[in-house]
Ligand binder design. Structure first.
Ligand code: SF4
Length: 299
């Protein structure tokens, strides 16, 4: 069978579901390629979209079979069959991406109103193992939504395995600062990170938790950076949060994410996008005040 894939979001970050589908089909003797309306004549077509705000793909040739659509951007309830979910990803379809990729756990213990995870994945549960995911690669990007909410024994086991295997890891969806304890702070401090430890600070109430977590991890000898996601709904409040966050520790790198209302599907307001640009380009944030930046003095 000929299989063709469409990564509707573009190829900026690998689409794990498509990687697993590709590996599963290849293991069953099928050929797999990126869809081209001119050249592909697939028997089966998959289109995957992670982000709701990505415009849909409209380039299918009239003779193409109806695509099997999946991903949060289409329908958060669509899941891969278990057999496909257990398959290790096909890295050859994203040759530029060199780390291993996967989830140690799915779901979350919380239900933040802006987040799709509770609806999509339900309660937290362990689903995999860092050694199996790594599959011989030295760096592992983990997409867990709340790894520290898994049982403490599992957290310890996985971080110890990563250390023993000399893996560098990254929880790129961030760790929950509220769940940093004496025990896991030591383990986090002893872990090798691809770039930094990530936390999120999505509301003002999270500031004290991030401050405590940073202090605790630092107390066990971690000298690297903390990358902190900042969800922004109100420009003044988010700006104030960014300032208070960066005052906690000089190696905190804030990353502002303007809130998107997925029901209206629109772009975030221009002022929020301006705040995000100012915040996320470190060379600007460190040299130009937001007041000057927003008034256009330094643009
Ligand atoms: S803690 Fe994170 S993953 Fe869990 S519901 Fe809140 S935003 Fe979503």
């Amino acid at each position: 069978m000929k299989v063709a894939l469409v990564d509707v979001d573009g190829h900026g970050f690998p689409n794990l579901a498509l990687m697993k589908l590709s590996a599963w089909h290849k293991s069953n003797g099928d050929s797999v390629e990126w869809y081209s309306p001119l050249f592909s004549r697939p028997d089966r077509l998959y289109a995957s979209k992670v982000f709701t705000f990505t415009p849909d793909y409209r380039g299918f040739a009239p003779c193409a079979p109806p695509p099997v659509r999946g991903g949060t951007g289409y329908d958060a309830t669509v899941k891969l069959p278990d057999e496909v979910e257990r398959t290790l990803p096909d890295y050859t379809i994203y040759p530029e991406f060199t780390p291993a990729l996967g989830f140690l756990s799915r779901g979350c213990i919380r239900s933040c109103p802006w987040c799709v995870v509770p609806r999509k994945e339900g309660k937290i549960r362990v689903v995999d193992d860092v050694e199996r995911i790594s599959a011989g690669r030295r760096e592992v990007v983990l997409l867990d939504n709340n790894f520290l909410a898994t049982p403490p024994e599992f957290v310890s086991e996985q971080l110890a395995k990563a250390k023993a295997l000399k893996l560098k890891i990254d929880f790129n969806q961030a760790l929950d600062a509220r769940l940093v304890t004496e025990r896991n702070a030591k383990e986090l401090a002893e872990t090798k990170w691809i770039h930094y430890i990530r936390f999120s600070c999505d509301t003002g109430m999270m500031l004290s938790h991030v401050a405590d977590a940073v202090r605790l991890v630092r107390s066990f000898g971690y000298r690297g950076e903390f990358f902190v996601y900042v969800l922004a709904k109100d420009v003044e409040e988010a700006y104030d949060r960014i300032c208070r966050l960066t005052a906690i520790d000089k190696k905190i790198v804030p990353f502002c994410q303007p809130f998107r209302d997925f029901t209206s599907g629109g772009e975030p307001p221009v002022e929020l996008r301006r705040l995000a640009r100012w915040c996320n380009i470190q060379s600007i944030r460190k040299t130009v005040s937001f007041r000057d930046y927003r008034s256009g003095v330094h643009r």
